[in-house]
Design a protein around this ligand. Structure first.
Ligand SMILES: Nc1ncnc2c1ncn2[C@@H]1O[C@H](COP(=O)(O)OP(=O)(O)OP(=O)(O)O)[C@@H](O)[C@H]1O
Length: 466
């Protein structure tokens, strides 16, 4: 009865081994084959006779296997897994497990092999498909932008399309990007676009306006400070903006305005990806992507020794120059229409522009770029009663000819002082509109922001007449 059970068990095991999908190869401690199943001969391209008549060392020497897991197990006396190539070119994932005699020496090595050629092929195909899907996403983004629908970032012109393509490509790596272009061209919008399309899109996007931080506060704002670092410091200490951007993107806007004293510290932080908070000793690691932007000629600043050359090169890894709006006129109408759509919806209006107005807006030079365009459109939309907006509703400087033309007042009854005041009022108003804010206009004109504020308050009535 017992004999019959063993015979039955052996029969079952044999059937199991023979029908196994994986190769099973059993060898003794000298590397002689004791058993090899059919799957093994199939996936390794070796006959049973060849396996039975040669030691594993001979099989490796004859090139049947690129290397042997059995020999490694015999050497290390431990279970081992390797990837080897069989003579038929199959990639095999082989695991060898030793069994031991009572005296501790190896008795047998049981090798289990799986053909992973198909798996590797599938992996390769998957990565090809993934790359294709990424390219399709890029194309889709471009199409969305081209048609302007639901896109917050309009890019109809070939120049902007090229920029979007480049931005989508740099978004997938974490290289530092330097965006240049006049004020109001969309440097901030592009920085956010890169962040939103990058692997760290879920992380924070922290914008640092380098022109608005006083020099004395720069280090603590960027790097943070430990408790009691200086008088006036919060008792608990404070995390810096760079630390807050960890896991995301830091956008250093107006980088050209960064004080020279601060530049070596920023350089170190970028280079070593670490910071030490003011008054602290502990180094904090940074894991973030850096995008910087400027509307000044940084290379010129380097030549004038106002910007460190090493920092310039560190930031200028991928330069992106956004052209002025007048250099990409194809974007003007889509921008206007998208904005009108938004504002009409917001205010419950049904306003539209006459063809003549559209032509004027297309011809205008837009020195303040998209920011100025947004101001003008909102202004004419909210200040016009009729649903049809014609040329009469346009601000005078748009119809008066090219930008830069000043409002030369006709010789009317008004005195010299009033004419000059009107001229000054107009100049300041236009500068603020184009630059986007009083501090930025002040910077552009080379005067104090308080001077502009004071004058604008004084010219209040004249400005309303404009
Ligand atoms: N391609 C675009 N599509 C739609 N809106 C845009 C586009 N580019 C810019 N804008 C809009 O124009 C305005 C100015 O953009 P942004 O602040 O990014 O310009 P900037 O170049 O960073 O200006 P500055 O140099 O003054 O900081 C924003 O309101 C922004 O939403």
């Amino acid at each position: 009865m017992k004999k019959l059970d063993i015979a039955k068990e052996v029969e079952i095991l044999k059937t199991a081994f023979e029908s196994s999908y994986d190769g099973i190869h059993i060898l003794d401690s000298d590397g002689n084959t004791l058993y090899i199943n059919s799957a093994c001969t199939r996936i390794e391209g070796i006959s049973k006779e060849e396996a039975m008549n040669r030691t594993i060392k001979e099989l490796v020497a004859n090139g049947v296997y690129s290397e042997s897991v059995t020999l490694k197990v015999l050497e290390t006396k431990a279970p081992t897994t390797i990837i080897q190539t069989a003579k038929n070119g199959s990639q095999l994932l082989s695991t060898g497990t030793p069994t031991f005699k009572e005296d501790g020496s190896i008795d047998k090595v049981i090798v289990n092999s799986r053909d992973i050629t198909a798996l590797n092929e599938l992996k390769r195909e998957l990565s090809v498909k993934e790359e294709l899907a990424r390219q399709y996403r890029v194309e889709l983004e471009l199409l969305k932008k081209e048609h302007g629908k639901q896109a917050d970032l309009i890019a109809k012109s070939p120049a902007m399309q090229k920029i979007i393509r480049l931005a989508l490509n740099v978004a997938k790596v974490d290289s530092t990007v330097l965006i240049t272009g006049e004020s109001g061209v969309g440097k901030g919008v592009l920085a956010e676009f890169i962040h939103n399309n990058s692997a760290c899109a879920e992380g924070p996007f922290i914008k640092i306006d380098c022109s608005s931080i006083p020099e004395s506060l720069f280090e603590s704002e960027l790097f943070g400070y430990e408790k009691g670092a200086f008088t006036g410091a919060e008792r608990t200490g404070k995390a810096g903006l760079l630390e807050l951007a960890n896991g995301g993107t830091v956008f250093l806007d107006e980088i050209g305005e960064m004080p020279l004293s601060m530049q070596p510290k920023l350089m170190r932080a970028i280079q070593h990806r670490e910071i030490v908070p003011v008054g602290g000793k502990l180094v904090k690691k940074l894991d973030l992507r850096i995008i910087a932007a400027t509307n000044v000629d940084l290379a010129q600043k380097v030549r004038d020794k106002e910007f460190r050359e090493d920092l310039y090169y560190r930031l200028n890894v991928v330069p992106i120059r956004i052209p002025a709006l007048r250099e990409r006129k194809e974007d003007i109408l889509p921008l206007i229409l998208r904005l009108m759509e938004k504002l009409n919806e917001h205010y419950g209006f049904h306003k539209h522009l006459t063809e003549e107005v559209k032509d004027t807006l297309l011809e205008y030079e837009w020195p303040g770029n998209i920011r100025e365009l947004e101001n003008v459109i909102e202004r004419i939309l909210v200040s016009t009663q009729d649903d049809i907006i014609d040329s009469k509703s346009l601000p005078s400087h748009l119809t008066r000819g090219k930008t830069g033309d000043f409002p030369f007042y006709k010789m009317t009854a008004e005195d010299y002082k009033t004419a000059l005041a009107k001229y000054d009022a107009h100049l300041l108003k236009q500068a603020v509109q184009e630059a986007g804010s009083i501090p930025k206009a002040a910077q552009k004109l080379g005067v104090d922001a308080t001077t502009i504020r004071r004058k604008m308050a004084r010219y209040g009535k004249l400005l309303k007449e404009e």
